[in-house]
Design a protein around this ligand. Structure first.
Ligand code: FAD
Length: 612
């Protein structure tokens, strides 16, 4: 631990801060951050791992269905190329092709490595890692542990982290600023949530792995941590954000009771045979099969039942179409008056599998509905509807190294963009975390090894501390809780599951007005365990990322994957070859269209081929 030092901030007060120095700073201890920390420490770097929650409690722990990797255990026809094809198809071809290739090629080894580190996955009859079906995956591909896969993954990687010699961990410690000089990241300011004390961490390389942004919306499956901190910190440092318009609305969140609205109902329910019904008891997904998926989707009850009964070569049921397709189909059924009593549709597994099977394969879902909704899913259908779930957009990274556009700054996991394009396939996040966490950690450590020490200027530290403590000013008036509710209303209304120009413009104007009011946010109480202060700081990140989402959504005048424009309902060929980049300019956000990397012809031909 470093020596506490005193500084004077403006006319406010004397402040102490602790000073630490590392080769690599990892911000975020989900599976991406922890895998990165292991890789960096394996390369010999001295690593600091900072997490705003307790170790092991990151959002990754909530992941249910599984991690996608073409191991070929449940169907030997699977291989990395089919996984690559599915990812590109699911992402509506907006993915960074090279990231999708690296991911598909390296995911199996990362899963096997987890097993060597102690993870115990469900098994096939012959003792291999079992794999389940999920939306958009041609073959059963998700390595899983019932519906508690994230818990097993985080437990395993955490065990590895704490046994590495050169990783220090700062828990319940929130980063509020990344320092950069001459376009190079050199350290960060953070505060301990328990006592409010400040810490400056100098580092030669920084990895941002802070997860997503869902808390800007009211109905979300995301946890309290998802306030877009990494996106905003990177943007403010000058890094490019990419694909911010693409937010995944998961089709199946709980809709009842109101207190748990948005809580995820895993796609594993449909992967295990669950079907979607409207209030006329119609299996409506047969009416929503897009042309691009027609060749590989069952079009009748009989064909779908063949799949359920394991008939060789049977086509997947339409409930396993990609999430963007299923979410919009549910929305249309509800709009047409065919919804369930609480504004969703029915998800039925009770009439498809016997009770023991459901309890064994979906234990969390069984308990979740029993305890939160007083409903037995082995006997009755669930009520479900779309919920904000995943951020496809994020920090723009190089596919080979995970480096951002700021030197020495890397990103991996949900905070990074590129792999998933316009829509993520379920299961591809958990393997993303492991593959690109590893790459980011390796790259950051090797960058740090060649990098000279850079000192953070005292004036920069003073400015950052002043900003972090600003909401304690007695003259401030804005209530952060009210502002948060207002922000969520704006995002639900103007930047929701469907969007259009005029409404987006109104939303952007409201967000810009809110941005000005951030200055006046008021913390009541002191610095020890004060959620009011935490929210004041989180809100700044949420407003910045929300503006980035809205601006990008306005610029993409087409519908693709997680981004649906009522006024531009079709694909646009030109926009299909462009990424929308958000970059900080002197006057605020700059929106830039950037050419997407072109996929090599051999892979492009392969993706175009429907038969696999
Ligand atoms: P996280 O695990 O969210 O970790 C982020 C870390 O950053 C945390 O430690 C947090 O404390 C820290 N942090 C944030 N801000 C700061 C800050 N300012 N300072 C310091 N630390 C900070 N994906 C799949 O592939 N398969 C599934 O079955 C699946 N199921 C899911 C189920 C649910 C309910 C949800 C919500 C998501 C699911 N996902 C699934 C998605 C997947 O779980 C996430 O995308 C993934 O876990 C994100 O991991 P991460 O390492 O990027 O971030």
């Amino acid at each position: 631990m470093g020596q506490p030092r005193n500084i004077f901030i403006g006319a406010i007060k004397m402040e102490d801060y602790e000073e630490l120095k590392y080769d690599v700073l990892v911000i975020g201890a989900g599976a991406a951050g922890m895998r990165a920390a292991v890789a960096a420490s394996d390369e010999g770097a001295k690593v600091c791992l900072v997490s705003k929650s307790l170790l092991g409690k990151a959002h990754t722990v909530m992941a249910e269905g599984g991690a996608a990797a073409a191991l070929g255990n449940a169907d030997s026809k699977d291989n990395w190329k089919v996984h690559f094809r599915d990812t590109i198809k699911g992402g509506k071809k907006l993915n960074n092709w090279r990231m999708a290739q690296i991911h598909a090629q390296q995911a199996p080894e990362r899963i096997m490595e987890l097993e060597r580190w102690g993870a115990v996955f469900d098994r096939t009859k012959d003792g291999k890692i079992n794999q389940r079906n999920f939306g958009g995956h041609r073959y059963p591909r998700l390595a899983h542990v019932g519906d508690r896969t994230g818990l097993e993954i985080i437990r395993t990687v955490q065990d590895k982290v704490i046994h590495q010699e050169n990783i220090d961990i700062l828990m319940e410690c929130t980063v509020t600023k990344i320092f950069a000089e001459n376009n190079q990241a050199i350290g960060a300011l953070a505060y301990y949530r328990n006592n409010g004390k400040l810490v400056v961490i100098e580092a030669k390389a920084i990895i941002v792995s802070t997860g997503g942004i869902g808390k800007s919306y009211r109905i979300t499956s995301n946890s309290w941590e998802y306030t877009g901190d990494g996106h905003a910190l990177a943007y403010l440092t000058g890094a490019d954000l990419q694909d911010m318009e693409f937010i995944q609305f998961h089709p199946t969140g709980m809709v009842w009771p109101p207190s748990v609205k948005g809580t995820l109902v895993t796609e594993g329910v449909r992967g295990e045979g669950g079907i979607l019904l409207n209030n006329k008891n119609e299996r409506f997904m047969f009416n929503y099969i897009p042309e691009a998926f027609a060749a590989e989707t069952a079009k009748s009850e009989k064909e779908a039942n063949d799949w359920l009964n394991g008939v060789e070569g049977a086509m997947r049921p339409p409930e396993l179409l990609t999430r963007d397709v299923v979410a919009k189909a549910i929305m249309k059924e509800v709009e047409a008056g065919r919804g369930s009593p609480h504004g969703g549709v029915f998800l039925d597994i009770a009439n498809r599998r016997d009770a023991d099977y459901i309890k064994k394969k979906l234990p969390s879902m069984y308990h979740q509905f029993k305890e939160l909704g007083d409903l037995d899913i082995t006997k009755e259908p669930m009520e479900v509807g779309p919920t904000v779930h995943y951020m496809m957009g994020g920090i723009r990274v190089d596919p080979e190294t995970s480096s951002s556009t700021i030197e020495g700054m890397y990103s991996a996991g949900e905070s990074a963009a590129g792999l998933h394009g316009a829509n993520r396939l379920g299961g591809n996040s958990l393997s993303d975390l492991l593959v690109f966490g590893n790459i980011a950690g390796y790259s950051a450590a090797n960058f740090a090894a060649k990098c000279e020490d850079l000192t953070i200027h005292k004036s920069a530290i003073e400015g950052a501390i002043e900003e972090t403590l600003k909401s304690f000013d007695n003259d401030n008036t804005e209530d952060p809780y009210k502002m948060h509710a207002e922000l969520q209303d704006i995002m639900e209304k103007h930047v929701g599951i469907v969007r259009e120009e005029k409404s987006l413009e109104e939303g952007i104007q409201k967000l810009k007005n809110m941005e000005k009011r951030l200055e006046k946010l008021k913390t009541t109480g002191g610095r020890e365990y004060n959620p009011c202060w935490h929210l004041c700081l989180d809100l700044k990140n949420m407003v910045i990322t929300s503006l980035a989402v809205a601006e990008a959504a306005k610029e993409r005048r087409e519908s693709r994957g997680g981004h649906t424009r009522l006024d531009y309902p079709e694909y646009d060929e030109i926009l299909g070859n462009l990424n929308i980049i958000i970059r900080k300019g002197p006057e605020g956000i700059n929106v830039i269209k950037s050419d997407k990397d072109k996929m090599p012809d051999d892979l492009s031909d392969y993706v175009a081929k429907e038969a696999v």
